[in-house]
Design a protein around this ligand. Structure first.
Ligand SMILES: NC(=O)c1ccc[n+]([C@@H]2O[C@H](COP(=O)([O-])OP(=O)(O)OC[C@H]3O[C@@H](n4cnc5c(N)ncnc54)[C@H](O)[C@@H]3O)[C@@H](O)[C@H]2O)c1
Length: 314
């Protein structure tokens, strides 16, 4: 098996590349990245070939054509949800995705790609795959546009498997290079470890569906293994408040620190996200294993062993 992980130096991509290497001993695993938000340290231990380049550049796409991949796990994206440059966002996320699909069609490769719960905006929850999509920012819109391209591709190319994964709020090891885009689990843990008060938007009762990165990796692998195509949610199916997250971090670290609440400066903000997992079970036969009660302590152990929190900006 020849597999490509785009965005493989990033948070989810590096966990996936390393797990594929562990699980498929005879496979050739490739990573493609432009190292814009990923980091080489995420790939220490990776033994496959690294292709350096941007998915938005024609010469990189040309290079990919020669490899004849069996599967492409497409994780690369502009992940900055606060970036308002609409053209740039659409070029990196949606235009490049069309090229990736064309490469896959030529070599009959399966495609598993990263979509996002940002496509739902403040739509009703639990979020169902087929409900009205109301992205609030250009990042969410770019993922929505990718999903529309994918549906059309699936109709026109029924012999090529395509699975879109709408990740909810992912947290876990190897997200330390994401800066302000890192999960609140990391940001709040680092604040507390630095002896600061954890900072939340007033009054911490906004709820998100927090999903552990290794569950997302498993969803990608199930997406490769299934013979079905479709777009599915990847979350835990349970919305949890930021106050609950702080409580679990405090309990894990054995500290009793107060929360500092401040006004939310964002005009658009997802106040409540929760994944409906109906299609996820049907298409992937996948179910999340990790709730935040287990995921956060496991992540904190990793942070303590691997991260110098003083180098992080939170
Ligand atoms: N982390 C989350 O909570 C979350 C939620 C929803 C969706 N997603 C999606 O999951 C995917 C992975 O996100 P992540 O959290 O691992 O972020 P990340 O920033 O760690 O990973 C993205 C990777 O893509 C690379 N990249 C960016 N632009 C590129 C380009 N033009 N060419 C080649 N490589 C490029 C970056 O260098 C980085 O290594 C993204 O598609 C993102 O939109 C993530």
């Amino acid at each position: 098996m020849r597999a490509l992980v785009t965005g493989g130096a990033g948070f989810i991509g590096s966990n996936l590349a390393l797990e594929l290497q562990k699980r498929y001993k005879n496979a050739e695993i490739f990573v493609l990245d432009d190292f814009s938000s990923g980091h080489f340290k995420n790939l220490i231990g990776f033994e496959g070939e690294i292709i350096t380049g941007s998915i938005a550049e024609p010469e990189t796409v040309e290079k990919l054509r020669k490899y004849n991949f069996d599967v492409i796990f497409h994780q690369a994206a502009n992940v900055d949800t606060t970036d308002m440059n609409q053209r740039k966002m659409m070029e990196v996320n949606c235009e490049a995705f069309k090229d990736i699909l064309n490469v896959a069609r030529e070599s009959k490769a399966k495609v598993v790609y990263a979509s996002s719960a940002a496509v739902y905006g403040n739509g009703s929850a639990p979020m169902r795959v087929n409900q009205e999509l109301l992205p609030e920012n250009i990042y969410g819109f770019s993922k929505y546009a990718m999903d529309m391209v994918a549906y059309r591709f699936m109709r026109e190319n029924p012999s090529i498997g395509v699975v879109g994964l709408r990740y909810f709020n992912v947290y876990g090891p190897r997200e330390t290079y994401k800066g302000k885009m890192a999960s609140m689990v990391l940001q709040l843990t680092v604040q507390i470890l630095k002896g600061k008060k954890p900072r939340l938007f007033k009054w911490g009762e906004q709820k998100r569906d927090f999903v552990y990165v290794m569950d997302c990796v498993e969803a990608n692998i199930k997406g490769f293994e299934t013979d079905k195509s479709g777009i599915v949610n990847v979350g835990t199916g349970r919305a949890r408040s930021f106050n609950e997250v702080v409580d679990i971090i405090r309990k894990t670290l054995g500290v009793d620190v107060e929360v500092e609440y401040f006004d939310n400066p964002y005009e658009f903000y997802q106040n409540y996200t929760e994944a409906d997992l109906t299609e996820t079970k049907e298409v992937l036969n996948w179910y999340p294993k990790t709730q935040i009660e287990e995921g956060i302590p496991a992540y904190i152990e990793w942070i303590k062993e691997n991260v110098n929190v003083n180098t992080l900006p939170y």
